[in-house]
Design a protein around this ligand. Sequence first.
Ligand SMILES: Nc1ncnc2c1ncn2[C@@H]1O[C@H](COP(=O)(O)OP(=O)(O)OP(=O)(O)O)[C@@H](O)[C@H]1O
Length: 481
Amino acid sequence: MRERVGNTSILLVEDSLPLATLYQQYLEAQGHQVVLAADGQQALQALESQRFHLVLLDLSLPDMHGFDVLRHIKQQAIDVSVVVVTANDSAEVAMDAVHLGAVDFLTKPIDASRLLVTVNNVLKQHHLADLLDSYQQRYERDGFEDLIGASPVMQGVYRVIESAASSRASIFITGESGTGKELCAEAIHRRSDRSDKPLITINCAAIPRDLMESEIFGHMKGAFTGAHAERDGAATLADGGTLFLDELCEMDLDLQSKLLRFIQSGTFQKVGSSVSQQVDIRFVCATNRDPLDEVRAGRFREDLYYRLHVIPLRLPPLRERGGDCLQIARKLLQDISAREGKAFEGFARDVEAIMQAYPWPGNVRELENVIMNMVVLGEGTEITQAMLPESLHRILPAAPPSASGPEPERAGSASGASFDRRQADSEIRPLWLEEKRIIERAIALCGGNLPKAAALLEVSASTLYRKRQAWEKSPVEDAPV
Ligand SMILES: Nc1ncnc2c1ncn2[C@@H]1O[C@H](COP(=O)(O)OP(=O)(O)OP(=O)(O)O)[C@@H](O)[C@H]1O
């Protein structure tokens, strides 16, 4: 990463002391820092010991040619712009200088305003390069904490985490199962100023209802059968840190009221105690359901929803993340292969194409399981199609028509393939029409239950609603969506 322009440093390589002093004074008067080098050796030493934005390089030096300095800069890939200065106004020298990486060329005697314009242009380029660097670092990341993926949708996720992490505001993460909600909660905690305090996770779906209150708030000795000793709950353990309530929509309604009181007051009582405890906790919660649907269905308290839904964070399903799928798959293959002592280095091309096309209803968790399965059961250096589990085979293109079918009408094509035009015309329908037919058939087969049809088609219910709305809105009965 280059330094910022605010404090620009220039290495002036000039063997004539009066000229060097003149340029130095002029540049310093403009606010630049100038270091002088009287020959090539001094210039190389200065470049080794300090970073410069710009080198003003005289080509006739007493100990070497200025091009040697230029070559050294190029060979060592030193991140500095070079403007060549020479008494020789020849196009050939200028071409050679540019060829060796110089960004501009000045002829002696240097006109003061020309010098300033050149220097400022170079520094502006540095400034733009700085901006680009920081933009790329900020907005185009291959991953964030333990989350892998460079897709634009994940860049949005990273930005929300980065901006919200340091605040105390509650974050409400939604997303299908296996999309990485727990990884997000960990990233939020790690990026917060609470990272030296604990992150405590409670999975509201995994703990039996009658134990949940004690898991969150702790209990006193003898509070209920089996409470042999006083025990701290997640609320005490997470003091100063973060409490992650996973699968929050599964929480019992009674307990939701207690949780709401706890969030509002910051105080709670252990089960079986009348003493209130005050804690400082940041809440992050997650669900793979639509929380508003749960509110409407009366399974999730509306006041709790609004209390926690301060910063919403939606994790997109893996199928919406483009190339992330392969990026994650390659990293998982590397890690799992190393862990299992296998030699796998990559996927065959056709396997990558299948993985990219498969909708991954179980998201990254399913991808992880599939790769684990292939690594454990397979051998070799490359994952081949034969190693793919059944679920992924299903998306392979259908086998070509049998040889006993009608003789096709031959037609030339760039690929040399042939096709039966009559059969093609009668059998092939527009993709969107086929899709509509399949979706409508699925909904009908499910007795009109759209979410059920969506689950069997392995798409989200909202996708089906959207498509259906678009068909209904369309003035032409069978218009594409
Ligand atoms: N972007 C990602 N990069 C790398 N690994 C990921 C990513 N997202 C998820 N994973 C991995 O996938 C698995 C599932 O992730 P996680 O448990 O965070 O998902 P989840 O959304 O909380 O699932 P659930 O709703 O079922 O609890 C984990 O092993 C996690 O490490």
